[in-house]
Write a new protein. Structure first.
Length: 109
């Protein structure tokens, strides 16, 4: 099951987080998030809305598997997170987050 739903209609891209119960960003969701950039660009989106399909917007990174990971695995994963979220911050289109729910570890500019 996909953890991100991406649609583009009338130049508006909508990315819906769907990893219940708390939309934690694990490696699967991160991979889908990384692929989202190409979808948004290829479909000609001029704005992006990020929303949640669940009650909680996002609890941030999924830290549950971290204790079992080696230092090198953690470093590789953190670099992927940083690269993806830096790319997200640099999007050249207006981006809005819609949330009426809990959002932890989410920053804003």
């Amino acid at each position: 099951m996909s953890q991100l739903k991406i649609t583009v209609e009338n130049a508006l891209a909508i990315v819906s987080l769907n990893n219940p119960p708390q939309n934690r960003f694990g490696l699967e969701m991160l991979g889908e998030f990384e692929n989202m950039f190409e979808t948004v660009a290829n479909k000609g989106a001029r704005a992006l809305l990020v929303r949640s399909e669940t009650q909680d917007f996002s609890f941030g990174g999924d830290i549950r598997p971290w204790p079992e990971m080696s230092r090198d695995e953690l470093r590789w994963m953190f670099e992927r997170y940083l690269t993806a979220f830096n790319r997200f911050e640099k999007l050249s289109i207006p981006t809005v987050r819609r949330s009426g729910a809990y959002a932890l570890a989410v920053g804003s500019n």
